[in-house]
Design a binder for this molecule. Structure first.
Ligand SMILES: Nc1nc2c(c(=O)[nH]1)N[C@H]1C(S)=C(S)[C@@H](COP(=O)(O)OP(=O)(O)OC[C@H]3O[C@@H](n4cnc5c(=O)[nH]c(N)nc54)[C@H](O)[C@@H]3O)O[C@H]1N2
Ligand SMILES: Nc1nc2c(c(=O)[nH]1)N[C@H]1C(S)=C(S)[C@@H](COP(=O)(O)OP(=O)(O)OC[C@H]3O[C@@H](n4cnc5c(=O)[nH]c(N)nc54)[C@H](O)[C@@H]3O)O[C@H]1N2
Ligand SMILES: [Mo]
Length: 663
């Protein structure tokens, strides 16, 4: 490819709600600089520090340049270079053998958010695996509870765009830490605060976001359902609920009210540790403010009560009548607003017969326990399960199975790729075309390849096109980009986004997103359902007594996106613990510690700080095994339990003990 030296448009492909438009400097066919652009107005010309370092990923020493075949033991990391021809022959013949001997359900595709674009996940790959008849993957390691709840209550109504937060008089950031996970949202939050808005943060940790808050509620992890029900009860008791809005638009209010009844402010304090006074102040301030917006995040969903928590939080704007005004209501994922038909992209109709579903949260269990048929071939792409999936030791035990054939398509040699039988090199965003929606804003974007693939890297779509051709599945046009784009967007919109590069969501000719103004619940009857039958009764599950006294949280850090970019950006991860918990165990700041429970042990250094309450400890998600003292990371301590709604992962619900290393 001949790309003249210059500055070009691109889009960040990482799994982050901000989906930034990028300005990329190309010199001599290489990416030399990445920065934010103004093409997507939400990016406003600035990006996070880690993505400015993205060229380090493109040219990383860990970058995979050629297909590889394992020659050492599983996980040992000894590979021999092979040609693409040999690699495709090997993979297609092994998959064909598994189909012939055990049936296609013995093949499991495993993928998530590595490439957050529409052309390289759940598109060509999905068509390929449907035609093959492989087991289906339930994508639950993120957003399954929030997604299920937002659909049940509101039919996935489009959320308040963060660009409208500047208008709000009260912003509630519930279980979300935009200072790390959505820096462009934070900008609008601060703009609102300067204009006098009240900022409320609900987070068990004193994050950088919480530090700027006017009110910081610090509930015990996993108790948000109680907190939100207590707020609802308080709104109702103080006459702050909007009876006429409820009568016209809400189904199930009485059931919801009855469920909230027992959570008086003092019962709430007992369970959540949020003082009665803080609860009452928050409820009164929220009731009085308009526009008021609740930004519900993902941190609160990742525990045994997560679905019910989200359900109670998303009920608040309905009860308090916060809709119908620009900047008021709630924000959850924005994806639904792009009107992209995932079925038309992934084409489940290509499947000749139904196949079982495997919950990705329980990958380790699936690889070690599933029978009739057992998983014999695992195909990993856009994912790094050793780093990002619960129960690391069980995942590793599964990957170590001699009789499992594992293919990993990756950009860099990850902890998962080390266990592959065949490693295939993947392109980065600068080496492929991609269509990007966003789960945090309203702009649909398209980006083109700017440089030649590094080494022999191949994008996901091309890889599955090649494999389909080898295996005689489908026809070439079924897998073409043109076809994908048209299926996702319709021909006209596909052409428009290709030439314009950025398209804004529109609703009946308006660019404004006003809940109950321009966008409405997409439930069958157009109403809000506070007690939908498919979610069962709203409830709070008490903590299961454990011999391990500390709750471990494993949130996002500024340094990585999940495990992506971890090869250069988080060499010394720390466990944060409260000074009381530290001194009770003889742990000082910077000391090496062992964190352990029945599932595993992780050794890192400690950071002693009162950012967490006593009884709560925290370490970042996504770190690489080489970054800890013993080669195990947080997921080694996290059970593969499923949450209350949506069968999601419970990353923030582990119980652990900590001791000084050497004790
Ligand atoms: N820099 C960076 N940005 C990212 C990511 C990243 O890894 N790094 N990941 C991306 C992805 S995939 C996602 S899904 C989003 C996630 O975006 P966020 O939802 O903002 O991220 P989390 O860190 O999972 O959780 C947010 C906060 O929830 C808190 N929390 C934990 N348990 C509870 C609880 O029981 N109740 C309450 N109220 N809060 C709780 C945590 O302390 C944390 O500060 O961010 C995206 N953006
Ligand atoms: N402890 C703990 N763990 C968590 C969470 C938590 O809160 N706590 N949160 C979870 C969340 S929110 C999420 S979304 C998941 C994410 O889990 P994953 O989606 O597995 O995310 P990553 O670990 O970043 O792995 C993505 C991989 O895809 C690769 N990749 C990028 N682009 C491409 C491409 O175009 N093609 C191919 N073939 N590969 C590509 C990247 O190099 C990277 O190694 O992790 C979850 N894990
Ligand atoms: Mo996520």
């Amino acid at each position: 490819m001949e790309t003249a030296d210059g500055i070009y448009d691109s889009v960040c492909p990482l799994d982050c709600p901000d989906t930034c438009s990028l300005s990329v400097t190309i010199a001599d066919g290489r990416v030399t600089h990445v920065d934010g652009s103004h093409r997507n107005p939400y990016t406003a010309g600035f990006i996070c520090a880690k993505v400015r370092r993205y060229p380090e990923r493109v040219y990383a020493p860990e970058r995979l340049l050629h297909p590889l075949r394992r020659v050492g033991a599983k996980g040992e990391g000894r590979f021999a270079r092979i040609s693409w021809d040999d690699a495709l022959d090997l993979v297609s013949s092994r998959l064909a053998t598994v189909v012939r001997e055990s049936g296609a359900e013995a093949i499991l595709p495993y993928h998530y958010g590595g490439s957050n674009g529409l052309l390289n996940d759940d598109a060509v790959d999905a068509r390929f695996f449907h035609l093959l008849g492989a087991s289906q993957l339930e994508k639950t390691i993120c957003a399954a509870p929030t997604g299920a709840v937002a659909r049940a209550l509101y039919g996935g109504m489009v959320g308040v765009p963060p660009e409208d937060y500047g208008r709000a008089r009260c912003i509630v950031l519930w279980g979300v830490n935009p200072a790390a996970t959505s820096i462009h949202t934070l900008r609008h939050v601060q703009e609102a605060q300067r204009a006098g808005a009240l900022i409320v943060v609900v987070d068990p940790r004193r994050t950088r976001t919480a530090r700027i808050a006017d009110i910081h509620l610090q509930p015990r992890p996993g108790t948000d359902v109680v907190l939100a029900l207590a707020v609802a009860r308080q709104l109702i008791a103080s006459g702050a609920c909007d009876a006429s809005f409820i009568a016209a638009n809400v189904v199930g209010f009485e059931t919801f009210r009855a469920a909230a009844e027992r959570f008086t402010p003092s019962v709430c304090e007992e369970i959540t540790a949020v003082p009665v006074r803080d609860l009452c102040n928050f409820a009164a301030a929220y009731a009085a403010a308009s526009p008021a917006v609740v930004r519900c995040g993902w941190g609160l969903e990742r525990n045994r009560n997560g679905g019910n928590a989200v359900r109670a939080v998303l009920a608040l704007p309905a009860i308090a009548g916060k809709f119908g005004v620009r900047g008021g209501g709630y924000t959850m994922s924005m994806s639904g607003g792009f009107d992209i038909d995932k079925q038309r992209l992934g084409r489940p109709d290509l499947r000749a017969c139904p196949a079982r579903s495997v919950n990705m949260t329980q990958l380790g269990r699936a690889l070690t326990e599933l029978a009739s048929p057992p998983i014999r071939a695992l195909f990993v792409y856009n994912a790094n399960p050793v780093a990002s999936t619960p129960d690391q030791n069980r995942v590793l035990a599964g990957l170590a199975r001699e009789d499992l054939f594992t293919v990993v398509h990756e950009q860099v040699m990850t902890d998962t790729a080390l266990y592959a039988d065949v490693v295939l090199p993947a392109t980065t965003i600068f080496e492929q075309n991609e269509l990007h929606k966003s789960y945090g804003h309203v702009y649909l974007q398209y980006s083109r390849a700017l440089i030649d693939p590094v080494g022999e890297a191949v994008d996901n779509a091309t890889l599955f096109r090649h494999l389909a051709a080898r295996m005689g599945l489908g026809t070439a046009d079924l897998f073409a980009e043109q076809e994908m784009m048209a299926d996702a967007l319709g021909v006209a919109r596909a052409e428009e986004v290709r030439s314009e590069r950025v398209l804004r969501m529109a609703f009946a000719g308006s660019y404004d997103v006003v809940q109950f103004g321009t966008v409405w619940p997409r439930t069958a009857d157009g109403k809000i359902h506070l007690a939908p039958a498919d979610l069962g009764p709203i409830c709070f599950r008490e903590e299961v007594p454990s011999t391990y006294p500390l709750v471990l949280l494993t949130p996002a850090s500024e340094r990585l996106i999940n495990s992506s970019l971890g090869e250069f950006n988080l060499a010394d991860p720390r466990l944060t613990l409260h000074p009381e918990d530290a001194s009770a165990r003889g742990i000082v700041d910077g000391a090496a510690v062992r964190i352990y429970n029945d599932l595993g042990r992780v050794e890192v250094r400690a950071r002693v700080a009162d950012d967490v309450a006593p009884g709560v400890v925290s370490m970042p998600k996504g770190i690489w095994r080489s970054a800890t003292l013993n080669g195990a990371t947080a997921t080694a301590l996290i059970a593969d339990d499923l949450g209350d709604i949506g069968d999601g992962a419970c990353f923030n619900d582990a119980r652990v003990e900590v001791e000084p290393l050497g004790a």
